[in-house]
Design a protein around this ligand. Structure first.
Ligand SMILES: [Zn+2]
Length: 550
């Protein structure tokens, strides 16, 4: 049966047929995009006018997110900004240390078992200029007996209380990089990056476990649907490190009612662990062979450093503007080429997390060496985050055929802190250099890194278009891009770097019938209103999925 969807306007993101009013769909795929007259010749059809007053754009493609976005909202949320939940309600932000302690005390009172630990998420001390570090002394005010583990917003730091240090036998004589200490060398409960965070086994395990549950995956997909996202990456996939989670994911994504395509990039090992990855590469090739319509594994992801707001990203001279430099490389430079080469040779796509531009230099040099040894014309390897990319790096990326995936949401969520604290005005104004990437001819996407920030392609577009911070500052007027360029970045641009642009990312004959259904046109509204456009929901493979609050 053929269904023809009619809309107020269709933005196809196909430059050769940019606008239309009707889309004919059969068996989950697009037959034709045009006027009713143009698409009705395919045979007997049913006209669906559900979206007659809506704007249809290609289903958004989020090229850097994590199932964690669903899992973390199952735990107490202590982030600064309000955060939507999968059911359409909102978790309110924490605006002071007093509120933080109060919220944790409420959780402490709620738990009946005195030994049960508290694992909470989302806090970031950088928003509190009077107390920019969260330590065990703060959390010890909540309880001197109940262990507490608080996973920071960046995902690269945690703070634990004294009981949590004790139950995990973390003592001052341990010599592991990333253990926070006071002036006397005593542990202060801050754990930076996975090698230190995983020392706190009991807390970290609960966090990891929650993120690997079926509920986390279902909530993740619901959050995506609420935001108009039809294809979403899980950029820290489980197939290699947690095969059981992978089996669950395979089962859940195969359900017809599962509202999202999941594109999983596996992490081959815990960050910092060296290994021979030839076998892992074979395994990913095998996974790719078993791909289904709604579950893909095009490649592999390497986390190469920390986060800027956690001061653990490795950045070039002259380093951090203020604060202590904890820049940490999560790879061995001499080994990186050997780590990446098996995946590259196997024809897989490689995404490299580089928050710091010094890390990015290493990634670029390594990719250059790999391409000299094993040339591949259409690899689309991607620098993900790429926040502090310099002009020299952009020129080199263009030559090497690399894609960029900029963390545009940072402009809003940490832009003021980058200007005032982490990298200073000049480099903050150049952060997420989307306009420069266009000038250099680099294909790019923009992302949320959900759950680090909330899933929401319209919000991510809004960030790249307006470059506005909560204080009202505009970060780098010249790096603003147009709404059309931003829409490209969250649709066909993202699909391209996932090697899926022949199937999704634009509305064309033969491609999947994946739409985002919007109340208004993101290309004609006031640019400052892009993030406020209502999302009715999505169409995925021709099937309608309504957002939770509609
Ligand atoms: Zn990430």
């Amino acid at each position: 049966m053929i269904t023809i969807f009619s809309a107020k306007k269709v933005r196809t993101m196909n430059p050769s047929n940019p606008e239309a009013t009707h889309i004919a769909v059969r068996d989950g795929s697009i037959l034709g995009v045009g006027s009713l007259d143009e698409v009705s010749g395919w045979g007997e059809y049913q006209l669906d006018d559900t979206f007659v007053d809506k704007v249809i754009v290609p289903g958004f493609v989020e090229a850097h997110a994590h199932v964690m976005a669903g899992g973390m909202m199952m735990l107490p949320y202590l982030g600064y900004f309000d955060r939507p939940r999968a059911d359409g309600t909102t978790a309110m932000g924490i605006k002071s240390y007093d509120q933080l302690i109060e919220a944790l005390k409420a959780e402490d009172a709620r738990l009946e078992d005195p030994n049960e630990q508290i694992v909470a998420v989302g806090f970031d001390p950088i928003y509190f200029s009077d107390q920019p570090r969260l330590t065990c002394h703060h959390l010890d005010q909540v309880s001197s007996t109940r262990p507490i583990y608080l996973h920071h917003a960046s995902g690269h730091l945690a703070t634990v209380n004294t009981p949590m240090l004790k139950v995990n036998n973390i003592t001052r004589d341990l010599r592991v990089e990333g253990l926070g200490r006071d002036a006397e060398g005593e542990l202060d409960g801050e754990l930076r990056e996975p090698p230190a965070m995983t020392l706190c086994k009991s807390g970290y395990r609960v966090f990891q476990f929650t993120n690997s549950t079926e509920q986390a995956l279902r909530d993740f997909a619901a959050l995506a649907c609420n935001a108009g996202i039809t294809t979403c990456t899980d950029l820290a996939g489980s197939a290699i490190l947690a095969p059981k989670t992978y089996d669950m994911t395979t089962r859940v994504t195969s359900e017809a009612a599962f509202p999202m395509r999941l594109v999983q990039y596996n992490i081959p090992a815990m960050p910092g662990d060296a290994a021979d990855f030839s076998e892992v590469a074979e395994r990913v090739v095998e996974l790719r062979r078993n791909n289904s319509d709604k579950f893909r594994s095009p490649g592999i992801k390497f986390v190469l450093d920390g986060s800027i707001q956690g001061f653990s990203a490795l950045i070039k001279e002259p380093g951090y503007f203020s604060g202590e430099d904890h820049g940490q490389l999560l790879a061995v430079p001499e080994q990186l080429k050997d780590w990446l080469l098996p995946f590259h040779k196997a024809g897989l796509n490689i995404h490299m997390h580089c928050n710091g531009n010094k890390t990015q230099d290493l990634a670029l040099e390594t990719i250059e060496a790999i391409l000299c040894e094993a040339p591949r014309p259409d690899h689309r390897h991607t620098i993900t985050h790429a926040q502090l990319t310099t002009q020299a790096q952009l020129r080199k990326m263009a030559k090497l055929g690399l894609c960029a995936n900029f963390f545009a949401n940072h402009i809003w969520f940490w832009g003021d802190q980058h200007y005032d604290i982490t990298v200073g005005p000049e480099r903050a104004n150049q952060i997420e250099p989307c306009a420069s990437a266009i000038r250099e001819g680099i294909s790019f996407s923009i992302h949320s890194d959900a759950g680090v920030t909330p899933l929401g392609s319209l919000h991510t577009m809004w960030c790249a278009v307006n470059r506005t911070t909560p204080s009202g500052r505009v970060l780098g007027e010249v790096e603003k891009i147009s709404a059309a360029e931003a829409l490209k970045a969250v649709t066909i641009g993202a699909a391209y770097q996932l090697h899926l642009d022949d199937e999704i990312g634009s509305l064309e004959a033969g491609k999947k019938a994946d739409f985002a259904i919007l109340d208004d046109d993101p290309l004609t509204v006031d640019p400052m209103a892009i993030r406020d456009i209502g999302v009715w929901g999505t169409v995925l493979g021709g099937r309608l999925f309504k957002a939770a609050n509609r």
